[in-house]
Write a protein that binds this ligand. Structure first.
Ligand code: PSU
Ligand code: MN
Length: 304
C-alpha cells in the first residue's frame, strides 16, 4: 500500500472480502453546497449506500493524506471549512501532499484515489467537461482525461449545460469512454432529464452495467465508464428556468473574466443563487438517486 494513502478499516475490510464499495467525492461537500446542507447530504448519501447493500467511501485529502473512507467528523470538518478547502484536481496532488494540506477531491482525484484503493464504482452529481467557448479558452475539465485513463465507473446525472454538452460527448468519444444512459437514450442534463443529445448505449439494469464494466476491465482497456442517470421526474426542473439562469451566469463570468479552476464553482454558485432553493433540492435528490444505483451496481459487480 502506498504511504500517501489512508484507507479506513471498514473500507479496507470490505475491499479485502470482496464486498461492494462505492466511492464519493468531496468537492461536492466543500464547494458544491452550503453548510450545513452539504454535511447532511453527504451523510444521507452514505446511509443510502448502506441501505442498498454497499459500503460508502467518501474520498478527500486531509492533512496531506489521501483518504478512502472519511469518518462523520471528517465530513463535518470538510463541510464546515467549505471553500477554504482547496479544490484538488490531478495537478494539485503533489504540492498538497508535500505541504500536508487538505483538499476537496473532484471527480478526477476521487477516481485516482478510488483506483489506488481498489474501488471500482463512484457516485456523484455532475462531471466536468468541455466548457462553452472552449475553442478559444481551451477550458476542458481534467475529469474527461481521467475517464480516459483510470478504471472507475462514474455514475452521475449527466452534465450541466454550463458546459458544451455536444463537445463534451465528442471528447469522450475520441478518448474511448463509453457513455451509458441508465434507462434512457438521451444524455440527462443534471437538473433536467433531457439534453437533446443521445448517449452511446442505453442500459436498463445494474447487472448489465456491471457486465459491461467487467468486460472493459477484463480486456485491459484503459479508462472508466460514464453512466448517466436522469434525475427522478418529480424532482426535475423546468428547462427554461434553468437555462436562463445558466446563460446569465455565463455572461457574468465572461464579464468578470473568471477563468481556470474558478470557472466551474463560480457558475455553479451563480446558478444556485438565481434559482434559489429549487436547484439545491434537485441537486440533493439526484445525488441520492445516483447513490442508490451505484450501490446496486457495485453489488452486481461483486457478484460476478
Ligand atoms: N459539476 C457539477 N457539480 C460539481 C462539479 C461539477 O455539476 O460539483 C465539481 C466536480 O467535483 C467536478 C469538478 O469534478 O467540479 C469539475 O471542475 P473543473 O470543471 O474545474 O474541472
Ligand atoms: Mn477548467
Amino acid at each position: 500500500m502506498n504511504k500517501y494513502l489512508s484507507i479506513s478499516s471498514e473500507v479496507q475490510e470490505a475491499i479485502k472480502s470482496g464486498k461492494p464499495v462505492v466511492a464519493l467525492e468531496s468537492t461536492i461537500i466543500s464547494h458544491g453546497m452550503p453548510y450545513p446542507q452539504n454535511v447532511e447530504t453527504a451523510l444521507r448519501v452514505e446511509q443510502t449506500i448502506r441501505d442498498n447493500g454497499a459500503i460508502p467511501a467518501t474520498i478527500a485529502i486531509i492533512g496531506g493524506k489521501l483518504k478512502a473512507g472519511c469518518t462523520p467528523e471528517e465530513i463535518e470538518y470538510l463541510g464546515k471549512k467549505g471553500q477554504d478547502v482547496i479544490k484538488a484536481s490531478r495537478r494539485d496532488l503533489p504540492v498538497l501532499i508535500a505541504r500536508g494540506e487538505d483538499g476537496a477531491t473532484t471527480v478526477t482525484t476521487t477516481m485516482i484515489i478510488a483506483a489506488m484503493a481498489g474501488i471500482k464504482v463512484f457516485a456523484t452529481g455532475g462531471i466536468g467537461g468541455v466548457h462553452r467557448g472552449a475553442e478559444t479558452s481551451m477550458d476542458i475539465s481534467a475529469d474527461l482525461e481521467e475517464l480516459a485513463q483510470t478504471p472507475v465507473m462514474v455514475i452521475c446525472a449527466g452534465a450541466k449545460s454550463i458546459l458544451d454538452l455536444g463537445l463534451t460527448l465528442e471528447y469522450l468519444e475520441t478518448k474511448g469512454v463509453p457513455v451509458i444512459g441508465y434507462q434512457t437514450e438521451e444524455l440527462p442534463a443534471f437538473y433536467t432529464r433531457k439534453s437533446g443529445f443521445g448517449v452511446d448505449y442505453r442500459i436498463d439494469s445494474p447487472e448489465e452495467l456491471a457486465l459491461a464494466f467487467k468486460a472493459k476491465l477484463d480486456l485491459g482497456l484503459h479508462g472508466g465508464m460514464l453512466v448517466t442517470n436522469p434525475i427522478p421526474e418529480e424532482f426535475s426542473m423546468d428547462a427554461n428556468v434553468i437555462n436562463k439562469a445558466i446563460d446569465e451566469a455565463i455572461d457574468e463570468a465572461n464579464k468578470l473574466g473568471i477563468h481556470g479552476k474558478q470557472t466551474t464553482p463560480f457558475l455553479l454558485a451563480k446558478v444556485k443563487d438565481l434559482t434559489g432553493g429549487d436547484s439545491l433540492a434537485a441537486n440533493i435528490q439526484l445525488v441520492l438517486n445516483n447513490a442508490r444505483l451505484a450501490a446496486r451496481t457495485a453489488t452486481a459487480l461483486s457478484n460476478l
